[in-house]
Design a protein around this ligand. Sequence first.
Ligand code: GDP
Ligand code: GDP
Length: 438
Amino acid sequence: MALPVVAIIGRPNVGKSTLVNRLCRSREAIVHDTPGVTRDRTYQEGYWADRTFRVVDTGGLVFDDDSEFLPEIREQANLALAEAAVALVVVDGQQGCTAADQSIAEWLRGQGVPTMLAVNKCESPDAGLAMAAEFWGLGLGEPFPISAIHGAGTGDLLDKVVSYLPPTEEDEGEEPIQLAIIGRPNVGKSSLLNAVCGENRAIVSPIRGTTRDTIDTTIEREGKTWKLLDTAGIRRRRSVSYGPEYFGISRSFKAIERSDVCVLVIDALDGVTEQDQRLAGRIEEDGRACVVVVNKWDAIEKDSHTMPAMEKELRAKLYFLDWAPMLFTSALSGQRVQAIFPLALLAVEQHRRRVTTSVVNEVLTEALSWRTPPTSRGGRQGRLYYGTQVAVRPPSFTLFVNEPRLFGETYRRYVERQIREGLGFEGTPIKLFWRGKQ
Ligand code: GDP
Ligand code: GDP
């Protein structure tokens, strides 16, 4: 599928190129244009909230003395617009609304393309709103005050821009959720698999993977299609005997890599071993959603305090999965095994969840108000300007700061905790990128 196009429209010098560079830089470094060189329609890839699109800069709409379009420019702009999912009009807030802006608006209103209006050069948020208000009269919808140079307002603008893009194939057709049952030998993976699927009966269709002897099993649960990864690797263990030291860790790593969500099975009798920690670490590193299943619960002697006490003990050793829900099961009796899918589904939903820029910044503002960023020994104060979610699976956030090195591990962890406290994300890791001014 061709990438959807966002057309940038506006007079010369309103800041179109500056904005395009900002929109397109999250994924790759910007190639700076030589200053003063006028550009033709250029195409660059933009990337926001897990969407990729092409940004077409119309290069500046030039008008003659009567604010009429020059014919060749009009043709070029028409071309750019014909393929656009949304037209983003840029005006200069410091200059105010001009006759040329009016002409552009008038021309666009007849084009039938959804439009958005960015009022650039609004460096101060309060003054920006006032400056932007003047542009309501253009009839192009809500004016968004932004500063292409500093980045202010561009997050909210982009949230809105991507909402105009057509759904991706991924959004349209529901892909099966890839679930990997992960764990050391003998923790009860095959038994759990049988307990949830019923010895093959619930299997809809086994799909032969590309790798030799990898078999994925597809089943329906919770109204979704699930692909259980590498079930051959799980089942085969029963008929072949390996030495006690044997552990197919690379096979497990491959399954983690292919998965959306991992069910990490721990043996309640053994507790968390070093091998369990390696698997858990890999799940977190790879950014996969996860549910921790503590199996063989029937074999534990217990009273009403056992479960919370044991959960505390296990979590201390699985601290990098502190966001993952924990479930105590018995594959033998079937106790709670049916709860695995609802929990896995919650984790998957969080893994794919998007949060708007304004909500992210509410949480950040709150976090900053409780604890100001650190100051360097030289007296430089860390500043966090704003943050935005740049990807899902797992949810990833870029935080724009003056200097990343001013933000130590302690403060970074604090911000991550605040994001979790404010936004949840149970069942999924989240990633934070700290980015300085460039
Ligand atoms: P284009 O001709 O529309 O592509 O405009 P440019 O991106 O080349 O910018 C024109 C001028 O406006 C340059 O001098 C930029 O530095 C300046 N400019 C761009 N964005 C901003 C902004 O957010 N604030 C201010 N104050 N100046 C800006
Ligand atoms: P896998 O190697 O992880 O696939 O583990 P298996 O499913 O083959 O189970 C290993 C051993 O643990 C077998 O003897 C199972 O009967 C036993 N087992 C599995 N689940 C449970 C459980 O919930 N309770 C008890 N008591 N034993 C279990």
